[in-house]
Design a protein around this ligand. Structure first.
Ligand code: AHM
Ligand code: MG
Length: 346
């Protein structure tokens, strides 16, 4: 549903957050964490827009822990995100795609929430000014793990404590969202009560509510896969892909759309329906995308919109990560489309 009634009736993200707090949906600490994330996203939006002017395109010259070339903007965005979260004073542990291990926030600044994020996803698109995005998820500290530490002292280093705190299944997520840097800057958020879409108004510099309680269509004839990997897929998946190209009774096969930017491909799927997939293949046994800060937050959002996120066999939100940068195959989107690929893979 469109959230706008008249051009003078705007609801900013800040006001929306305060309303959620008043209604007891989120606590004061969560409000502050989400507000600082939205500030980080505004800063990144402006860095991304000005990148070719301020010499921020191209590679940094370093490789991250996952063996990927870091772009200059990957590094800068990670700093922006981390700094905003640390200075919020409400996060205890943060884990990022661009850091080897989760970071404990210095005690004087620290709070409770555990935040996982990919500061700039799809950064291979940056130098061509194509859509990118930031993805995040917020957890409570994992009490069970903390209790273990106290009782038997087995997990005493800060690093280990951070890892157990971060490695929670997506079903524990309290909030998740993404910001898409595209023709508009779009901030999508769920705190477990549906999906809300805010658009950055460049005139005010504020995110303004533009869609509420978004529901993904039950089915949709658009697929987004990197089909360049087709020869590396297993036969069941090839059969599924071939089936999408059959014109069928309607005489019209599925349409292919692929940006190569999860946030952009996901956002289109959320609004138009269809499916996004990043399968496992002969070279990448677990696909490419990371469970913790890519697949789990997106799956929480899609479920909140009435859709489905699967690894092809089981619900993404039921998987407990054992490693921070663990990869998992992802099929996400309209319920009927994800059901269909699961049937082929069974
Ligand atoms: P990144 O985190 O290094 O940017 O990689 C994640 C991105 C996703 O946004 C996108 O869906 C996928 O990688 C595209 O991968 P490919 O180029 O193999 O199609
Ligand atoms: Mg990423």
């Amino acid at each position: 549903a469109s959230a706008k009634k008249s051009s003078y009736d705007i609801l900013t993200l800040t006001t929306w957050l305060l309303k959620q707090e008043q209604a007891g949906v989120i606590d004061n600490e969560m409000t502050i964490v989400l507000a600082s994330i939205s500030t980080a996203c505004k800063q990144i939006a402006s860095l991304v827009q000005r990148a070719p002017i301020s010499n921020l395109t191209g590679v940094q010259g370093a490789v991250n822990v996952q063996g990927e070339d870091q772009k200059k903007l990957d590094v800068v965005s990670n700093e922006v995100f981390s700094n905003c979260l640390k200075s919020s004073g409400r996060t205890g542990v943060i884990a990022s795609e661009e850091e080897d291990v989760p970071v404990a926030v210095e005690e004087s600044y620290s709070g409770n929430y555990v935040v996982v994020f990919d500061p700039l996803d799809g950064s291979s698109n940056i130098d061509a000014a194509v859509s990118t995005g930031s993805i995040f998820g917020i957890y409570s500290p994992n009490d069970e793990c903390l209790a273990d530490i106290d009782d038997n002292g087995a997990l005493d280093s800060i690093e280990q404590r951070c890892i157990v705190n971060v490695c929670q299944p997506g079903s524990n997520l309290l909030a998740a969202g993404y910001c898409m840097y595209s023709s508009s800057v779009i901030f999508v958020l769920t705190v477990g009560t549906g999906v809300y879409v805010f658009t950055l108004d460049p005139m005010y510099g504020e995110f303004v509510l533009t869609q509420e309680k978004v529901q993904i269509p039950k089915a949709g004839k658009i697929y987004a896969f990197n089909e360049g990997n087709y020869a590396l897929w297993d036969d069941k998946l090839k059969q599924y892909m071939d089936s999408l190209k059959e014109p069928g009774d309607s005489g019209k096969p599925y349409s292919a759309r692929y940006i190569g930017s999860l946030v952009g491909d996901f956002h289109r799927t959320l609004l138009y329906g269809g499916i996004y997939g990043y399968p496992r293949d002969k070279k990448s046994k677990n696909g490419k995308l990371r469970l913790l800060y890519e697949c789990a937050p997106m799956s929480f959002i899609v479920e909140q919109a009435g859709g489905k996120g699967s690894d092809g066999h089981q619900r993404i939100l039921d998987i407990t990560p054992t490693e921070i940068h663990q990869r998992v195959p992802l099929y996400i989107g309209s319920v009927e489309e994800v059901d269909k690929v699961e049937k082929f893979l069974a």
